[in-house]
Design a binder for this molecule. Sequence first.
Ligand code: NAD
Ligand code: GLY
Length: 348
Amino acid sequence: MQVNVVLNKNTSKDYSVHIDTLEKLVFDTKVLIVTNTTVAALHLEMLKTRISAKELHTIILPDGEMYKNFESLNLILNACFEHRLDRQSLLIAFGGGVIGDMTGFAASIYQRGINFIQIPTTLLAQVDASVGGKTGINNSYGKNLIGSFWQPRAVYCESAFLKTLPKREFAAGVAEIIKMAVTFDKNFFEWLETHDLSDEANLKSAIYKSIAIKADVVSQDETEKGIRAVLNYGHTFAHVIENQTQYSTYLHGEAVAIGIVMANTLAQKLGLLSAEDAERIQTLLKRYELPTHYKIDSLERFYDAFFLDKKSANDKITFILAEGIGGNDMRSGIPKEVVLEALGDANV
Ligand code: NAD
Ligand code: GLY
């Protein structure tokens, strides 16, 4: 199976997402695989048997969001220099979203930009992070605040890698699948209500469908001037929750699940979403044991934290809301009292 990402205005950047078709990749250039200790221990030897290159090198980074920083970026760049990678060389991101984002960023700045491909090994990275060319690292000011748009040359999603994924990480990926269904595709949402993703065939269908939605959105709006922002449904709230819990209590997808429920409370207040549909979304999240509630200490402090998000502009927050199931609305200028009321309703 294959999904094409067709980018407006610059067709040379188009690429394909190949699903469950990774047999042999042959490159007549130098290749550097970037991975981490966990993924290397589980899958690196297998991947190496699938790759033939002029020279094949590997860098294994420590595992964790806390290593998505300048130090790791520098380690990747140093490996590029050490192995004398040139402008024809290729980086391969082999891991979850952390490895994908850092490798893409390194590829975008090494010698003013070289090619990279994504071989995502988490569900979240397969259905979301590996597609669309957002790359970056974190710093003390926040998450993903330093980065670039740099599209991969190809993405290879192999569901076989997901067999070793811990249950919580799997569910975190499901949250992003549900996000896409709620905001873009009612039929897909209804299909998710009646199909269990622990079944392999169902999972493959959901991965394909989610990538198709993401590819379509990115094709319309590569650099998030409009519709791509809808992919941040739940994220405005999630980022505050992640920040307030020092990125250590919830996985990103778990915070997104809570954020979706909070966004839905606001959508209900604005008459965009019925209580019944909000309940259906929450029920689907709960089925994968995703958290759906966060105890807010101070509503005012939670509200103020929205303005630290890089998605807020000119002191205005744009909320991404579900408009029924399968529709979306981007709203800015919602009065503070209404947002506080919604946060209060979600906080019971
Ligand atoms: P992650 O990369 O930290 O991976 C989660 C954990 O799973 C890690 O411990 C990892 O080593 C482990 N792992 C990876 N593959 C495995 C496998 N096959 N078997 C067992 N363990 C495995 O986290 P993630 O959820 O993949 O990605 C989150 C990151 O992605 C965040 O940094 C987020 O900002 C970023 N992100 C980026 C985009 C984008 O568009 N670029 C979109 C969403 C998220
Ligand atoms: N994950 C959001 C985006 O790629 O735009």
